[in-house]
Design a protein around this ligand. Sequence first.
Ligand code: DAK
Length: 263
Amino acid sequence: MNAQPEPEVQVERDGAVAIVTLNRPRALNALSSTLMKALASALDELEASPDIRAIVLTGGPRAFAAGADISEMKDLASGKAARAALSEHLARWDRVGRLKKPVIAAVAGYALGGGCELALACDLVVAAEDAVFGQPEVQLGVIPGAGGTQRLTRAVGKALAMDMVLTGRRLAAREALERGLVSRVVAPEVLLDEAKRLARRLAELAPLALRAAKLSVAAACDRGLDSGLKAEREAFYGLFDTSDQAEGMRAFVEKRPPVFEGK
Ligand code: DAK
């Protein structure tokens, strides 16, 4: 009897943290439609799971993901064909950016093209010292199609984004840290431990406040400042309708750890 092939997306639960691993190492985790479908359905399940409060998204030691699967895209003969073939695909990509729970990308090796865009769609990016980020699409005759021109530009600014998107320039982890594409760099051997530690920390915090926090920070990037400030204020006031806010503030005053219930 043939052994079952390993799933291309693996999910491990560790208390309130889920670790989602892209597992297509022979193609450097190229994000095929099958893999993205599996990723979207894993994320849907985790989003709906009340026990899970934070998610780590990772790849393998050589690649977080080397981009969308070029072999799947290479024969799309027209813009219309590409739109028809990829629009469902794009909805799956958007799934990561729309998650309500906090998601941490733990990136080792290549994060190129769609792989870089996937990392950028996460809330936090922890990189291993050997991580490499880039948007090489122009070398394939296309441009980033899953948010790269927008999210990368907001993260690193126009000058460097232009350089990366127009020339395919890659950034090593340290430079990515200096330029604001990632917020932490660690040794490869502790990458997953560090990401899990961060996720556990997030999992202890008030889920509704975290959700409001990530939406508010995203609003700073995604809209003009005025509407971002307005969104932040609305979210801030809205949290006073939750019992976690009352618990959090009460616990502080009473000098004890808070017990958050997501209500
Ligand atoms: N697609 C398919 N296969 C890939 C791949 C990819 N992106 N990247 C690597 N592979 C495969 C290679 O073909 C090779 O397979 P075999 O030949 O062994 O069968 C295997 O992985 C190992 O790769 P290499 O032999 O090339 O390994 P090297 O160490 O020499 O080089 C590399 C590693 C990462 C520098 C190189 O593989 C590379 O340049 N890969 C392509 C990187 C790239 O151009 N990525 C951007 C792809 S375009 C959208 C959604 C998403 C996107 C667009 C629209 N919508 C929904 C609208 C995203 C587009 C992209 O990401």
